[in-house]
Each structure stands twice: as C-alpha cells, then as structure tokens.
Design a protein around this ligand. Sequence first.
Ligand code: SF4
Length: 348
Amino acid sequence: MFGYMGRILRVDLSAQRSWTEDLAEDTARKYVGGVALGATYLLGEVLPGVEWSSPENLLIFMTGPLGGSRVSGSGSFCVVSKGPMTNAAASTQANGFFGAFLRFSGYDGLIIQGRAAKPTYLFIHEEGVQFRDASDLMGLGTLKTQETIKSELGLRRKGSVIAIGPAGENRVRYAAIVGDGGHVAAHNGVGAVMGSKNLKAIAAHHGKLRPSVKDPTNLKKKAKELLEDAKEFNNRRFYTWGTNSVFEPALKGGWLPIKNLTTNVLEGYEKLLPEYTRAHFEHKPRPCWACSIAHVKHVRVTEGVYAGLEGEEPEYECVAAWGPLTGNLDPGAVVMLSNLTDDLGLDV
Ligand code: SF4
C-alpha cells in the first residue's frame, strides 16, 4: 500500500505487552489522515461510559499518508483520545519530528491502552518497543525529560521524544504533550490522559524504514509547489514573521484578547510585534522534519529584565496569552512565560 507503512503498533501498559496489527487498505482509503484514522479506533473500541482517566481509554498517536515524506510539515502527528475537558472525543496535533520518526520505525500509528503499574516511558524502534522505568523522570519538566531520555538512549538527533510535565503527571485537565523542544499537542488535556496511564514519555528512533511512494518525482514537484504556495500565504507575512504575524491584524480586527477580554483597546503594544522582537532579539531557525518554511526559531532575549534568557520563540497564541490577555507588554516576559508553560506541559 503506497503512502503507508501498513502497520499499527499496539501497547498495553497494564500487561507490559506490545504487538502489531496490519492497517487494512480499505480503512486507510476510507479514513484519510491521522485524525480520521484515530477517530475510527476510538469510536470502535472505547465505549460511551468509559471515563477519560480509565485504563480502558485509548491514547492514540496517528500520522497521515504524507507523514515522513519530503513535504514540509510532514513530521506532524495527531493525538486522539477521550479528553478530560469534555470527557468526550478529543483530537489535537503537533509538529516536529515524532510523526516522521514513528513511521521510520515502521508504524503509521501507536495505540496505547491500560495503565502502567509504575512510571514508564516507551522507546519505539524498528525492532519493537522497550518499556523503560521513568521513576527518576517524575517531576521533571518536558524539556529536561526530552534531554535526559535522549542522553540515556544515546539518540541525540537520531530520535524524537514527546513527554508530559508536572501538569500531565498531576492530571491537570488542560495538560499537554510536548515534544521536539516546544511542539505542543495541547487540546482537551491529552497530557492528563497520558499522566493517568503513568506514561511519562515516548521516544521514537530515526530508523531506516520509509513509506513507499508511488510517484516520487511528482511528489517532489507537488511538495515544491505546496512550499511556494505556503510561502506566499498572507502576502508572505507568515513566512517572514511566523504565527505572531497575526498579532496586529487581530488587534485592529478587535479579536485580540486583552485584559481578560474586558477591552479591545491596547496602548504600547509595539514591542510585542514580530517586527520588533525579530529585530531586537537573537534568533536561529529550528525547522521541523523536512520543513523549508522553518518558522520555528530559537530565541535569545537581549534586553530588559530577562536579557540572556534562551528558549523557543513564542507562537501567536502564547504572545496573546502572556501579553495582552494578562496585561503584560514586556516581550522578554512573554518568552519566559511561554517556555515555562511548555516545560510544565500546559496548554495556553
Ligand atoms: S517549522 Fe513551522 S511551518 Fe515548518 S513544520 Fe514546523 S511548525 Fe510547521
């Protein structure tokens, strides 16, 4: 089957057991993309009365048919589960490398059931899965957890780690799963579901397996066209300034959240604009798998109270939340709070 690895990895944390299942071609054709595929398993296997924190709930990680290809953004994965904010079906997505590396280990998706008896993390590779003790990782932030696991497994750039922080461990209902630095699968508390399963993290190896492509030449051509199209989007503002390029249009359009949504007037916001922070702070590109847009940046704050602080450049949602929504106009504080939120494993 072109475009797929053709296998789903299943893990039962209660029994410390894993196995693989074939992905049927008619299922893959009918439910295209990670969300549709994940929802099929969730609806088929999790009964209506099952609580989000029950071992019977599934935590599903899925990729789509372009996952791990040369198309920009194809390192993405989605998480499907029953989430704590609604106790109903949830889907959320993150970029980075994990989706591509899951496929390079041989799997289109990973379906987790049960609850581990002690803190555990999984290492997924071409030969299968290792269940590893995560007791020493409990309480660590998502960034330190990623760093520690990569070092423990000797992965460096040859692996991707997604993890929960203290928020997920303590089942905060808006806890997120964070990986590859600060890429966040945030919505409907999927980090709390992971915490309820006593699962601290999942590492995927950059293996040698690849999904088969029917027409590689045409895919390369289409990937280039998609990239050029994405670059031109919104008069190249996203490509040039990242997601925070919508800050000023949001303010002018009256939909920027300001002071807990009590006003749409904001004075002195200029330092929160990407035109200011990109000109004054130091930035280095940190692209995801195969991405030539590379909007993700490593940032070093160069002025103000937080001068010297390093982390990931905040996305628009973080700038809005830790800036105008809370009444803060210091862009250095936005960087600090945004990275702290990612490290704790919280949705913003
Ligand atoms: S760098 Fe930005 S645009 Fe590229 S895949 Fe990652 S999140 Fe998407």
